[in-house]
Design a protein around this ligand. Structure first.
Ligand code: ATP
Ligand code: MG
Length: 356
């Protein structure tokens, strides 16, 4: 099908570090697969990265390139998909300002992902106005491209709900869409913005390799929490990380009965090991105390190395020609500007704020 006629898809990542296994099962696997069926846009969200790193601009800059390299390494193809840098598409910032007028302040503070991030990233009460604004900025990242579908991990669900609320409110106030209209009817009734669908990955929230948080639950794997296995980790690093990973803290020797539930070792096997029969049998033996942690970890290392190593090898090839990689990002950003500017004009016309 002609690329322009395909339904549109948008998603992205913050430039806070390299991509990890959580990104892979949460969103990237889906994206790579969907490239042939959707007109895909992928945003590298550098302004969002700066909401928690405003004092580390060089690091954010470097991480834009790291994410771009990871995208190319996992098989996102710039010939088929548009990859762009958030801050180089000014229409997004303009729409953020207009959208911020549609969201009541207390609504932002009720967002559970914001609460989790403030707690898990230790932001205390030092977060900026811009940090609180980021879900609205994310609504603008998405709606600037008027996509049908947004593949994300579970932590993004509240943000996508806000995105839908913004789109509904905009369409109702400025485009006279009936307040009782079904979501699927908004465009047909003259709305500028689609009410986007969420597409979750096969693992909605992959845990990290570290110990649980203060409330006893395992933290999600995150670039910012030092608990990630990266898609660019070499076999030796993977081995060290798996050997040191958190498992059942009450199991001190191989003959102790172990707990499989809530144990990252088994969560990782269940997620990544294609040999389901081995996993099932090994879990039984772990429960019974007839298999050692080390044997299970060795198996996991093999599985993860065979998942990650081809990605890492492709990344090494792209790293050799960083100017070419930069040119791909520049081309994608130019294309993204065309699309987002078209949306901005439609939005300004609907709001009767287009003067010249
Ligand atoms: P940060 O710690 O800076 O917030 P992050 O690791 O959470 O980084 P993001 O760039 O915020 O990564 O997320 C990009 C995408 O990957 C989102 O769709 C998010 O839901 C998904 N994602 C991130 N971590 C996980 C995870 N552990 N499991 C499943 N999906 C994830
Ligand atoms: Mg995040």
């Amino acid at each position: 099908m002609n690329k322009e006629l395909r339904p549109r898809l948008l998603t992205g990542d913050t430039s806070t570090g390299r991509l990890h296994l959580g990104h892979w099962v949460g969103s990237i696997e889906n994206r790579v697969r969907m490239q042939d069926h959707y007109d895909c846009y992928f945003v590298i969200a550098n302004i969002q990265a700066m909401t928690t790193r405003m004092d580390r601009p060089a690091e954010v800059h470097q991480n834009v390139m790291e994410v771009m390299l990871d995208y190319l390494a996992v098989g996102i193809d710039p010939k088929r998909s548009t990859i762009f840098v958030q801050s180089e598409v000014p229409a997004i910032a303009e729409l953020t300002v207009f959208f911020s007028l549609l969201v009541p302040y207390p609504r932002l503070m009720r967002n559970p992902t914001i609460k989790d991030e403030i707690r898990d990233k230790g932001l205390g009460d030092n977060y900026s106005v811009g940090f609180l604004l980021y879900p609205i900025s994310q609504a603008a990242d998405i709606l600037s491209f008027r996509p049908q579908i947004v593949p994300v991990g579970e932590d993004q669900v509240p943000h996508l709900e806000l995105t839908r609320e913004v789109a509904r409110r905009f369409n109702q106030i400025y485009c006279h869409v009936d307040p009782h209209a079904e979501d699927s009817q908004h465009l047909a009734q003259g709305g500028v913005f689609p009410i986007v669908e969420t597409k979750l990955g096969r693992t909605k929230r992959l845990v990290g390799i570290g110990a649980p948080g203060p409330d006893g639950s395992l933290l999600k794997m995150s670039k910012s929490l030092n608990n990630a296995i990266f898609l660019s980790d070499d076999p030796d690093t993977i081995k060290k990380k798996v050997m040191a990973m958190y498992t059942d803290p009450n199991r001190l020797k191989a003959t102790d009965k172990g707990t499989v539930e809530n144990n990252p070792l088994w969560i990782f096997h269940e997620t990544f090991n294609p040999d389901k029969k081995w996993v099932q049998e090994a879990e039984e033996r772990y429960r019974a105390g007839t298999i050692g942690d080390v044997e299970c970890k060795r198996q996991l290392i093999d599985v993860l190395v065979s998942t990650i190593e081809p990605i890492r090898q492709r990344r090494i090839q792209f790293e050799k020609d960083i100017h070419y990689v930069q040119s791909l990002l520049k081309e994608g950003t130019a294309k993204a500007n065309e699309t987002a500017n078209t949306t901005l004009i439609l939005a300004k016309e609907a709001m009767r704020q287009r003067y010249f």
